[in-house]
Design a protein around this ligand. Structure first.
Ligand SMILES: Cc1cc2nc3c(=O)[nH]c(=O)nc-3n(C[C@H](O)[C@H](O)[C@H](O)COP(=O)(O)O)c2cc1C
Length: 198
């Protein structure tokens, strides 16, 4: 009985021109990331010694734990008063971090440790085809550049600790210009490709 119903539903979908998308390919409006433990990993001196740029990536997606920890390293909340893993001028947090995943482009919400869909569609091909590209947006001025640099270095050290490949690029920063709606006065200044070493 159930099998017959499932078959009928499938035929109906085909008749209406729908395809049954795999769940992982469907965009969610919000992705709640797993809580960050903020412990473990390589000792800081080992991570600093291992930090380097790497430009070739496997297709495999990062685990949700790795995604959560990487974004936390870049711009997460590390104290009860809401302050971040990176310092910002006057503590104004004039920085926005986006994750380009196969399911869409998401804005990182440090307070909720969640991702909010900002632009639907698979835009990974607009960058280095890495499973994750992090976009760092800020006002295009000296402070903005400093904030972005602090954030990508935190993420880069996390990659060094986790054995992930990453490279920061200014090339491609404008790739979603006119499509991705940024906070007023912000620009994507650099992008960081991340994945398992290819
Ligand atoms: C702000 C910034 C912009 C960069 N832009 C590019 C880029 O457009 N293309 C690229 O291949 N690498 C880019 N890089 C990576 C540098 O080439 C790389 O960091 C440098 O060669 C030193 O290598 P290392 O990171 O392994 O120490 C950029 C790095 C930074 C910090």
């Amino acid at each position: 009985m159930f099998a017959a119903l499932l078959r009928a539903a499938f035929i109906l979908c085909l008749a209406l021109g729908w395809t049954m998308a795999a769940p992982e390919a469907m965009a969610q409006d919000t992705i709640q990331l797993p809580a960050v433990q903020a412990s473990g990993g390589k000792p800081l001196m080992d991570a600093l010694a291992a930090r380097h740029s790497e430009r070739s990536f496997k297709e495999d997606a990062l685990s949700e734990k790795q995604l959560s920890e990487l974004l936390w390293a870049a711009y997460g909340v590390n104290r009860e008063d809401g302050k971040r893993t990176v310092p910002t001028a006057r503590g104004r947090n004039e920085l926005a971090v986006y994750a380009v995943l196969k399911t869409g482009v998401y804005l990182y919400d440090p307070a909720k440790n969640a991702l909010t869909l900002a632009l639907a569609g698979d835009h990974t091909g607009d960058y280095a085809k890495s499973p994750l590209t992090v976009l760092y947006a800020a006002p295009d001025n000296v402070m903005g550049g400093m904030h972005v640099g602090s954030a990508y270095q935190g993420a880069g050290l996390y990659c060094a600790s986790e054995g992930l490949a990453n490279v920061v690029k200014s090339t491609g920063a404008d790739n979603l210009k006119g499509q991705l709606v940024l906070p007023e006065g912000f620009q994507v200044l650099v992008v960081q490709s991340v994945g398992l070493p290819g």
